[in-house]
Design a binder for this molecule. Structure first.
Ligand code: RUB
Length: 318
């Protein structure tokens, strides 16, 4: 079953990274719609709603996930028959996936312009959008060096150094705690984002905010590469981004933890970097200061995306 298979893979992090999660969810909705046999529109819609809830609940932090699900599900609003509804979902999912890939390419092109010959650039975690900037700059002939962090506890840095190595980009691999030791050598930090809130705060892999703080202290530019669908509409309503806390055994093996009854392992996997530590957010629509997050939510995402109308009984299209 494409639906449960995708939900399990997102939960277990076999599919991970905000962009990949979003595209996988869109594809799963499309596959699920095609697989449904009922010709009754109401039961089709109920079943799709159940699928949307299942996918949206797999990981709590990356806003790209509910945004992608809502974008695809919104296509059902005009359907009057099951074949129409299926076609709408399949078409919208395909459109979303294409535009998501296109957004990464655009971000790469814009981000590459912020990289100069001789730069030393630090990246954290494994972000397609951040890597697109590095790869595009390399492709255009710029010569620079990268520092990539390990990213405890799940070691996403190992994925990053493989990509950089394949591209032929010279990279230093460091443990997370070595960032401040090198920050004075770094010209630019580039990370991705799982969510950007209305006040321009960036939610990304745990450790990002410490890096931003070190960069701020060292007057090093801190740039975030984030597609517009990673901006969080519901933060306009005061809703906070939930920070995922994963199982303790990712940090400390169970057999050791069991022998230490006074020790509690905490494993939050994302953190929040305030807007004042972020110099620029590179979106597919251009590079913006974080203070412009509200404009992105209003102009590029629209209100429909988080079902404001339904929740607050407001029709924003009047
Ligand atoms: C991944 C992570 C990435 C963002 C952006 O965390 O924090 O920096 O998701 O990635 P996890 P991308 O490994 O826990 O999913 O630019 O690829 O969307």
């Amino acid at each position: 079953m494409v639906l449960t298979d995708t939900a399990d893979k997102i939960k277990s992090m076999e599919i991970r990274g905000a962009g990949r999660i979003a595209r996988a969810a869109a594809l799963a909705l499309s596959g699920h719609a095609e697989s449904l046999e009922s010709n009754d529109l109401n039961s089709f819609l109920d079943e799709m709603k159940r699928a949307a809830d299942l996918l949206a609940g797999t990981r709590p932090t990356a806003v790209s996930l509910p945004n992608a699900v809502n974008i695809v599900m919104a296509s059902l609003s005009q359907a009057t028959t099951v074949p129409e509804a299926k076609l709408a979902i399949v078409t919208k999912a395909r459109e979303f996936i294409q535009s998501s890939k296109h957004a990464v390419e655009r971000i790469g092109k814009i981000g590459a312009r912020h990289i100069s010959n001789g730069d030393i650039i630090l990246t954290h975690c494994n972000s397609e959008a951040a890597l697109a900037c590095l790869i595009e700059a390399h492709r255009s002939g710029k010569v620079f060096t990268v520092f990539a962090t390990e990213v405890r506890p799940r070691n996403q840095g190992h994925l990053t150094i493989r990509v950089l190595n394949e591209a032929g980009i010279k990279t230093n691999f460091i443990v997370d705690s070595a960032v401040r030791s090198f920050i004075n050598d770094i010209d630019l930090v580039i990370t991705g984002a799982d969510a950007v809130t209305v006040n321009g705060a960036v939610v990304n892999k745990i450790g990002t905010s410490q890096i931003a703080l070190a960069a701020h202290e060292a007057r090093t530019n801190f740039v975030v590469a984030a597609e517009t669908y990673k901006f969080a509409p519901r933060t306009i309503l005061g809703e906070l981004i939930e920070i995922e806390e994963r199982p303790p055994d990712e940090v400390l093996p169970d057999e050791i933890a069991k022998s230490l009854p006074y020790i509690t392992v905490r494993n939050p996997v994302f953190d929040v970097t305030p807007a004042e530590y972020v110099d620029l957010i590179i979106t597919e629509s251009g590079a913006i200061p974080p203070q412009m997050a509200y404009i992105i939510i209003r102009d590029y995402l629209g209100w429909d995306i988080s079902e404001f109308g339904k929740e607050f009984d407001i029709d924003h299209h009047d």
